[in-house]
Design a protein around this ligand. Structure first.
Ligand SMILES: O=C[C@H](O)COP(=O)(O)O
Length: 245
């Protein structure tokens, strides 16, 4: 399966940061994977213009479940599609924790993403405590079952497995731990989507760097990465992308 490497800039980036996208274009012209950059809302419009005629596409980090209405401060999937975004990250643990987003909200947002024509990158992952209790697969399974909407297909859905304890910490699960969870996700996707579940890309996220990317991409059922901090610097992100063969 062709790999997908997505960069989540989180709440980072000013207009001047567009230079990183320009640099990334120059460094990834011969990449053999799909590449998505998800800057903050404020930069999406400009970023879409920048990546025209390149192999980069632009995504967003969230969307509202409704198409329009009295939702101060929110942005709909249709608005994102309207300015050229192609993907949207949903259910990131930073939103599940600090914005109280539960699986039902994530599912409603995924429905909205599909309605708006966006590809939803749905994030799942256990906390340290849940892993220590031996509940990682149970927790991820529950999130997956409840967050993935009817109508999901390999064309409009990507799953990102992000153990909460590995995000921004420099800690990475063992190869066995990653393979075990990704295999469980694959099985659940097959049960849910039939043979098409085999074609849904499952990304790993959490402290991915150019120095560990090759090993992670070599694991079974790892179809790419969702990269946070290391996506902010074009040269480092390009190093990850070049490992995704
Ligand atoms: O969305 C990306 C993840 O939260 C991973 O972040 P990180 O690469 O900084 O650990």
């Amino acid at each position: 399966m062709r790999k997908l490497v997505a960069g989540n800039w989180k709440m980072n980036g000013l207009v001047s940061s567009q230079a990183e996208i320009e640099a990334l274009k120059g460094l990834t012209g011969s990449a053999t994977c799909d590449i998505v950059v998800c800057p903050p809302f404020t930069l999406i419009d400009r970023a879409v213009e920048r990546v025209k005629d390149s192999n980069l596409v632009i995504g967003a980090q969230d969307c509202h479940a409704q198409q329009s209405g009295a939702h101060t401060g929110d942005v709909s999937a249709e608005m994102l599609a309207d300015i050229g975004a192609r993907y949207v990250i949903l259910g990131h643990s930073e939103r599940r924790v600090s914005h109280g987003e539960d699986d039902e909200i994530v599912r409603a947002k995924a429905v909205a993403a599909h309605r708006g024509g966006l590809i939803a990158i749905v994030c799942v992952g256990e906390t340290r405590h849940e892993r220590d209790e031996g509940r990682a697969i149970e927790v991820v399974g529950e999130q997956l079952r409840e967050s993935v909407p009817e109508g999901a297909t390999s064309a409009n859905l990507v799953i990102a497995y992000e153990p909460v304890w590995a995000i921004g910490t420099g800690l990475v699960p063992t190869n066995e731990q990653i393979e075990e969870v990704h295999a469980a996700i694959r099985q659940m996707l097959e049960e849910r989507l039939g043979s098409d579940g085999n074609s849904v890309r499952i990304l790993y996220g959490g402290s991915v760097k150019s120095s560990n990317a090759e090993a992670i991409f070599g694991l079974r059922n790892v179809d790419g990465a969702l990269v946070g901090g290391a996506s902010l610097k074009a040269s480092e992100f390009a190093g990850i992308i070049s490992a995704a063969v």
